[in-house]
Design a protein around this ligand. Sequence first.
Ligand SMILES: Cc1cc2nc3c(=O)[nH]c(=O)nc-3n(C[C@H](O)[C@H](O)[C@H](O)COP(=O)(O)OP(=O)(O)OC[C@H]3O[C@@H](n4cnc5c(N)ncnc54)[C@H](O)[C@@H]3O)c2cc1C
Length: 514
Amino acid sequence: MSAPEPIRSIVIVGGGTAGWMAAAALARLVRTGVSVTLVESDAIATVGVGEATIPPIRTFNAMLGIDEMDFLARTQGSIKLGIDFVGWLHEGHRYSHPFGEFGFDIEGVKFYQFWRKLHGQGAASWIEDYNLCAMAMKAGRYLPPVPDPNSVLSRLSHAYHFDASLYAAYLRGYAEARGVRRIEGRVLDVALRGEDGFIESVLLEGERRIAGDLWIDCTGFRALLIGAALETGFESWSHWLQCDRAVAMTATSPGTAITPYTRATAHQAGWQWRIPLQHRIGTGYVYCSSDISDEDARATLLANVEGEPIRDPYVLRFEPGRRKQLWVRNCVSLGLASGFVEPLESTSIHTIQAGITKLLALFPDRGFSPVERDEYNRLTIIQLEQIRDFIILHYHANRRTTGELWRRVREMELPETLARKIELFRRRGRFFRYEDELFAESSWIAVLLGQGIIPEDYDPLVDAIDPADVRRKLDRIREVFARAAEAMPRHEEWIARNCPAPAEPAPAQVRKHA
Ligand SMILES: Cc1cc2nc3c(=O)[nH]c(=O)nc-3n(C[C@H](O)[C@H](O)[C@H](O)COP(=O)(O)OP(=O)(O)OC[C@H]3O[C@@H](n4cnc5c(N)ncnc54)[C@H](O)[C@@H]3O)c2cc1C
């Protein structure tokens, strides 16, 4: 029996963030003789949003060999140290989800366990005072993290805000320079192979036909390959994640400050994002269409925009959930074609990255072994469900008094996986991260505490350590973090010094041998 033949050609359909991220990452295969083609239609707009990220994006850029400063400059990028949640627990309340870790563990016991004991005794301030990212967010300041664990700056972690269309253009330059072929044209039809239903080719306008071995569906909510052609079902999560629309726009920045964080502000029927870039603010209202009309959502957004509108508000519709399978036959779906949970924790671009990484780790041959495909689906579904649970937590644990949406989500039944997590934490602050879970313990702790879930008790091991010593340590951490944050440059000054956007766009700068 002869071994299956290697993949000779990959066709990516769609040129939004998902398509160009996939093209950039797969471009290295061109060197091995594989052809990589991206088909996109200028006549069909990309979704036009998706500008906040989470820290693993740095790994993706590093994998491509992208220079961070060049990348930030060319995408009008800024630094994101976390999210500022306004009004989520109740009206007037505020907390942050910073990316860095809280304090330092003591003798193998989690920092937040000590904090819980001292806070309960009135001897510790709110947990954010023990997180350097949170302190830098409050001060509007930034310095890059350093790898030396003896430096306090090792406690920092960051992601980016960037202009979505510039990011796609940046990656396009990268991919084309490495041999990815771009074909402009609208896909009209998808031809399936008679014997096994695999995708054989697509028909483009102008009677052009493109064939390929491996197909990547990046056609956004249309899901032309995985959905329309392969008829893969969709699992809706709309009973938990009830927001199903967003009205989005861009506006001028109100002043010179560029906040190093995303803001998420709860409104009556949903919430509003605010993403600061170098040249503008991206903002939008994510809402539940059964609680507010599009017109009222638009009016709410306009009433809560600080600068002058640049792009008029436009409405996007979506259904939260995922494809029942993400890899079907010879087609892998990425981005919005594979599913979507709302952008509250900026996870969508990450799921593209995670999909690409898994595809590379399980890269098939033309035999398309079900083992590789099934593992891809298994791992991806676990991760999507963990992200789903994290988002639901923000909604469910609310004590807001205005807005029917907030009452419904407070009273709804939770996925069992999340209910268990909350109860374990509520009892004694216990937390476990399962199966390569995306969000770190510190992220869950930030949101659990921020949403008012304070453990009833703490780990008994805390009492094994001298309380006076613990208190001294906590006071010292708070002091050192506060001083370190104040000593950082203001975020906008750091940008101006290190990665100001050029007046004229220029080609991407990438390290050799990337
Ligand atoms: C309101 C909202 C806010 C968001 N905010 C964030 C965020 O802050 N952070 C984050 O990580 N993610 C966010 N996302 C998700 C993020 O926008 C997407 O994950 C990301 O943009 C990827 O989109 P995409 O490439 O899958 O789809 P799209 O951008 O829709 O691209 C689809 C591509 O397919 C092409 N296409 C479609 N049909 C055809 C056809 N027939 N022939 C040829 N080409 C075709 C189009 O031309 C286009 O190039 C947000 C999403 C929404 C809805």
